[in-house]
Design a protein around this ligand. Structure first.
Ligand code: PHE
Length: 339
């Protein structure tokens, strides 16, 4: 029976040392030392021994029990220590760790291009002016020589707020407002929002233009061409060519459209430029004498040029953004690319 006891105690010692949690330890404790435990069983079997063997065996069982209990106590300490360390690992505050950085904001690609183009024109001697987004028909159409029956005036193209009040469809309104308020000569740009009832990959109902107007004695088409060439090179780099081709606007004569060579294929023709090798950037022309006359400026003495460029278009071309709507969806993953 003593041999048996030794085996049981050895097994108990092994089990106690292997236990990992306090809960399991309590179970091992009751298994070996509790009321209905294995050791108590031995005590009960004491009656099968001879009278003289009983005290010694009883003592052995008790000693073994004490040993197991102190081993259990030791294991309890070890487990508690381990638990404490684990808690520390999870909850500890490591003061040597670098702080968590707050994401820095970044400028919207349109804001970036807007600021850049203002800088370019300011260096060329232009002044920056502003005009209202909410306009009347006179400044948006009438003064710009656009007849009553012109399709652009129709509700389907223009957002009307009232009979005569609308959201400007072009920044050319600021040409009129500037010439009304200030004496010629003039050399201004006017960036701002415009609105038209359109919505597709290259048109958004709200978009941005920068208008330019130069009025002086002897201003010629060559000046217009030179200014645009310099602007395009400054904005897009030396590699990018621009061209002017004939077009029609009611308030300029002659009128032209401005293209730049495709920033993706450099003229070969690709999906961005629809195979033509060129990308449209805006309209331009020499101020129509009829516009000057309406504003009391002598067209015999003064000439002028004007152009209007799409700021969003410039941003799309500069950053190779394939769809204009991406600019206004404000998806943070898209915007983060312009840091
Ligand atoms: N306002 C014209 C447009 O929005 C562009 C333009 C501006 C044309 C100035 C000529 C001169 O299409």
């Amino acid at each position: 029976m003593k041999e048996e006891l030794k085996k049981v105690v050895a097994a108990a010692q092994k089990e106690i040392r292997e236990v990992q949690t306090l809960h399991d330890l309590m179970q091992v404790k009751s298994k070996y030392t509790g009321k209905k435990s294995i050791l108590n069983n031995f005590m009960q079997k004491i009656s099968t021994l001879s009278q003289e063997d009983r005290p010694a065996f009883g003592q052995t069982v008790n000693t073994m029990k004490q040993q197991l209990l102190s081993l259990i106590e030791e294991q309890e300490k070890i487990i508690k220590e381990l638990n404490y360390k684990k808690t520390l690992e999870v909850e500890s505050l490591d003061l040597t760790l670098p702080g968590r950085k707050r994401g820095k904001g970044s400028l919207h690609p349109i804001t970036k291009v807007w600021r850049e183009l203002e800088d370019i024109f300011i260096l060329m001697g232009f002044e920056v002016t502003e005009g209202p987004d909410i306009e009347d028909e006179f400044h948006n159409f009438g003064a710009l020589n656009t007849p009553e029956d012109h399709p652009a005036r129709e509700l389907s193209d223009t957002f009307y707020l009232d009979d005569n009040i609308l959201l400007r469809t072009q920044t050319s309104t600021v040409q009129i407002r500037t010439m009304e308020k200030h004496q010629v000569p003039l050399k201004i740009i006017s960036p701002g929002s415009c609105y038209r009832n359109e919505n597709d990959a290259s048109h958004s109902p709200m978009f941005h233009q920068v208008e330019a107007l130069v009025v002086d004695v002897g201003v010629s088409f060559t000046d217009l061409r030179d200014t645009l060439t310099i602007f395009v090179k400054e904005m897009f780099g030396d590699k990018i060519e621009s061209r002017i081709r004939p077009h029609f606007f009611p308030f300029t004569e002659p009128s032209a459209e401005i293209d730049i060579i495709c920033v993706k294929c450099y003229g070969k023709g690709c999906n961005l430029c629809g195979g033509s090798g060129w990308l449209e950037m805006g309209g331009a022309g020499m101020v129509d004498p009829a516009v000057f006359e309406k504003l009391g400026i002598d067209p015999e003495k003064f000439t002028g040029y004007a152009f209007g460029l799409g700021i969003d278009r410039i941003a799309m071309l500069k950053y190779k953004i394939p769809d204009m709507r991406l600019l206004f969806e404000n998806d943070i993953r898209f915007l983060k690319q312009f840091k």
